[in-house]
Design a protein around this ligand. Structure first.
Ligand SMILES: Cc1cc2nc3c(=O)[nH]c(=O)nc-3n(C[C@H](O)[C@H](O)[C@H](O)COP(=O)(O)O)c2cc1C
Length: 191
């Protein structure tokens, strides 16, 4: 059996009472049986308070190591005023080289647009960090109307098709880029 790759699920919102937990929990449930990826969570709310990281852990070092260990990322982001949350920008900007030559996919949510304007802005940012952003993602317009009070989707099948498409392509990129990074470190490609 081939070794599993590491997939980091990055929370976009650090707001109290955030809907991000509902969307991320759905994603994590869907991916928990993956033969391809081991999941790890990166949550800006935990980083801010260091809660759950352990008292002796430096949040900056922890984040750097988590990004470095990951082979692929899924950013779960809401839309705030046609952009993405400041907490997410702070997290992204805290690390540089460990992002390089890795794929990033998006699960977005919000009002009518389903967060896709936030995603389009994130593509620009992640381009600067030498990542590959995936065309295929999952968007939840009027996200709050899609889940019941227990956090389950009313129509889970509707979202599985875009999720599986995104995951197939994310897997392809993660494998290809992991192999490529191994054969030649990305920072040696050009001076
Ligand atoms: C400050 C703020 C601005 C928002 N702006 C937008 C927006 O421009 N477009 C949209 O579709 N939804 C917008 N919303 C709705 C959010 O996408 C929705 O409330 C979402 O659940 C927020 O994510 P969170 O609860 O995980 O923080 C906004 C919400 C907030 C709090």
């Amino acid at each position: 059996m081939t070794e599993k790759m590491t997939l980091a699920v990055i929370y976009g919102s650090a707001r109290q009472g955030r809907f991000c937990d509902t969307v991320a929990n759905w994603l994590i449930r869907e991916l928990s049986a993956s033969d391809t990826f081991s999941l790890t969570i990166i949550d800006p709310a935990r980083l801010r308070t260091s809660r759950g990281l352990g008292a002796a852990v430096n949040p900056g070092e922890w984040l750097e190591r988590k990004i470095a260990e990951a082979d692929a990322f899924i950013v779960v982001t809401p839309e705030y005023n046609h952009g993405y949350p400041a907490a997410l920008k702070e997290l992204i900007d805290s690390v540089y080289e460990p992002w390089h030559a890795k794929p990033v996919a998006f699960v977005s949510y919000g009002g009518a647009s389903g967060g896709i304007r936030a995603v389009e802005q994130l593509r620009q940012v992640f381009g600067e960090l030498h990542t590959v952003t995936l065309r295929d993602g999952v968007a939840f317009p009027k996200a709050w109307s899609k889940f019941d009070a227990a956090g389950n989707l009313y129509k889970p099948e509707e979202l599985r098709a875009p999720l599986f498409l995104m995951m197939d392509r994310l897997t392809w990129w993660a494998r290809v880029l992991k192999q490529a990074r191994k054969s030649k470190p990305y920072n040696e490609v050009a001076a």
